[in-house]
Design a protein around this ligand. Structure first.
Ligand code: CTP
Ligand code: CA
Length: 226
């Protein structure tokens, strides 16, 4: 009831969120991927819906159910994620949040048949994947854009550097070297940076953290609506 009757800081807003890992095929039975349960992105999608937004969740392969009332676009590769995110943003988007753990590289070619282990070793040629978040942030009709950064050291330095390079409005940094938090965990602790400020959130369940994060994001993104 709290959820149904609570404040609706994102009423009437269109929100697009990327979540989960991507899978880059090597051959019909193998792929390259990253650690990512999708839990933080899915929690944000549910919290954005509770805050009154119209939500599209562009999701890589995860085992989570789509939150009720959220539209999910399922993808596998980084290239598919970019395509689906651009289509969703083109349909109208006020706030874009990238939580996906996108594979930075993909195999240059995908073998048509299963590769056999006939040789003692093999090497794989990799090429860079497109950056969904940077591409959305570079659009003329750029929505308020929020990135995530998982770092193991110098968290503020790397997070602020990413925010500047990708022209983000905000970045949510988590220190993945902290045990029991972040990847695959049900809990997370983050620090959010924006041009003129920062805020640290103590460890909390991902749904609770998602709600508090969205409150802060809505204040920064849509200050006149308050
Ligand atoms: N991201 C994205 N598309 C990519 C790579 C990253 O949309 N191809 C987004 C992620 O969803 C995240 C942010 O960019 O919100 C930062 O991702 P991260 O992997 O930390 O940054 P990179 O720019 O890939 O730099 P590096 O991995 O070298 O630290
Ligand atoms: Ca990366």
């Amino acid at each position: 009831l709290d959820r149904l009757d609570g404040p609706k800081p994102l009423a009437g807003k269109r929100v697009v969120i990327t979540a989960g890992p991507t899978r880059e095929p090597i051959d019909p039975v193998r792929y390259i991927t990253n650690h990512s349960s999708g839990k933080m992105g899915y929690a944000l999608a549910g919290a954005a819906r509770d805050a009154g937004a119209d939500v599209v969740l562009v999701s890589g392969p995860v085992t989570l159910d789509c939150p009720p009332g959220v539209r999910r676009e399922s993808v596998n590769t980084a290239e598919e994620m970019l395509q689906a995110a651009e289509a969703a943003v083109e349909a109208g988007c006020d706030l874009f949040i990238a939580t996906a753990a996108v594979a930075d590289y993909r195999p240059e070619t995908c073998a048509g048949d299963k590769i056999k282990k006939s040789r003692g070793s093999m090497s794989l040629a990799l090429v860079r994947n497109p950056d969904t978040l940077a591409t959305i942030a570079a659009r003329a009709d750029k929505p308020f854009t929020v990135g995530f950064a998982a770092e193991t050291r110098d968290v503020e330095h790397y997070a602020r550097d990413k925010m500047a390079r990708k022209q983000l409005d905000m970045i949510v940094a988590n220190d993945v070297s902290r045990p029991g938090l972040g990847f695959n965990s049900d809990h997370n602790a983050v620090t959010v940076f924006w041009q003129t400020g920062s805020r640290t959130f103590e460890p909390a369940s991902k749904p609770a953290l998602a709600r508090d994060l969205l409150t802060l994001i809505a204040q920064q993104a849509f200050p006149l609506d308050a």
